[in-house]
Ligand binder design. Structure first.
Ligand SMILES: Nc1nc2c(c(=O)[nH]1)N[C@@H](CN(C=O)c1ccc(C(=O)N[C@@H](CCC(=O)O)C(=O)O)cc1)CN2
Length: 296
């Protein structure tokens, strides 16, 4: 079997076009422009690239982008004061603090200081609780992007056996909640899981989010399964820098029914879903109907 490639880059472009249409409608019919504030602390090179990309795409879909770049040694007090200012700014509908934060800052404290209605990352404990209890929430962007691609590929996910490898708060746990919400039978596997290869071999859907380059070999994949690779790992091979996922792409593609590549799979969907979440937050803030197909 040769897997169908799920093209996240093309899918993300479609999502962004949908967002842009809705933003144009909001402006024309209601005179409202959604605004996204992104806060970056320090100079982590990858974070700088992601933040630049977020700002550019925010403007491309017709939203207002507010970038706040703070020194690496910014105090927690100053960061919390900025978040509070953004919480109270009516032009800002979405707030995102780029992660990881420098070590001296308490990530949980900072995330939980964001107004949950503006928490377009969906990381605030209120949103985590709402998602976990099946209520309307802001949904974390990377898992939302994975869910959109799975729904697009399969239609209904009901009754499918899904394994999520990785238990992070940002990807693994919310991904499992979303799959459960779509009536999958869900296993969360991690570094202590016994017989991991056998657990993965049972799954119709494999979501790999462990952050270990090419950890999942093709012979763990059930014939015809759908593989969603969340990993973004920079490695050196044959003297060259390369970006690889958590799945060994070549061997997994030989067994899977469908697979996301790295790059060009889940990554671009993360930013597209951030824009979708900002639009959703803006509609909710203004008590307007939410755009269809852009939330879980
Ligand atoms: N506050 C947040 N911080 C972080 C998040 C997040 O969702 N919210 N996720 C990641 C980083 N991230 C967005 O912030 C992100 C990662 C990767 C991509 C992407 O498009 N990747 C490309 C490859 C790009 C490259 O060459 O490096 C791909 O996979 O094709 C977008 C966004 C951690 N922090």
């Amino acid at each position: 079997m040769v897997a169908q490639v799920i093209d996240g880059k093309a899918f993300a472009a479609k999502v962004r076009a949908q967002v842009a249409d809705q933003v144009a409608k909001l402006k024309e019919e209601n005179g409202i422009t959604p605004g996204l504030a992104v806060v970056l602390v320090g100079e982590d090179p990858a974070s700088q690239v992601y933040v630049r990309s977020k700002g550019k795409m925010t403007v491309e879909v017709g939203m207002n982008s507010y970038e706040h770049k703070l020194d690496v040694d910014t105090s927690e007090e100053d960061l919390l004061a900025l978040v509070e200012k953004l919480n109270n700014d009516p032009a800002v509908h979405g707030i995102l603090v780029q992660l990881p934060l420098p070590k001296h800052l308490n990530e949980d404290l900072v995330i939980n200081s964001i107004d949950p209605a503006k928490d377009v990352d969906g990381f605030h404990i209120s949103n985590v609780g709402l998602l976990g209890t099946g209520q309307k929430s802001m949904v974390p962007c990377t898992p939302l992007g994975c869910l959109m691609m799975l729904r697009d590929h399969h239609g209904s996910l009901s009754g499918m056996d899904a394994v999520v490898i990785g238990r992070s708060n940002i990807v693994g746990k919310p991904m499992a909640q979303l799959l459960l919400g779509d009536s999958c039978t869900v296993t969360i596997a991690h570094s202590r899981t016994k017989d991991l290869p056998d657990v993965v071999r049972r799954a119709d859907i494999v979501v790999a989010a462990v952050g270990r380059p090419e950890m999942v070999p093709g012979d763990w994949i059930k014939e015809g399964a759908t593989v969603i690779d969340v990993g973004i790992n920079r490695i050196e091979r044959d003297g060259k820098n390369k970006l690889v996922g958590d799945v060994d792409y070549a061997s997994a593609a030989a067994r899977a029914g469908a697979i996301t590549p790295v790059p060009g799979g889940v990554g671009p969907m993360t930013i597209a879903c951030l824009l979708a979440n900002t639009l959703t937050a803006c509609c909710r803030a203004n008590k307007l109907p939410e755009p269809e197909g852009l939330t879980a």
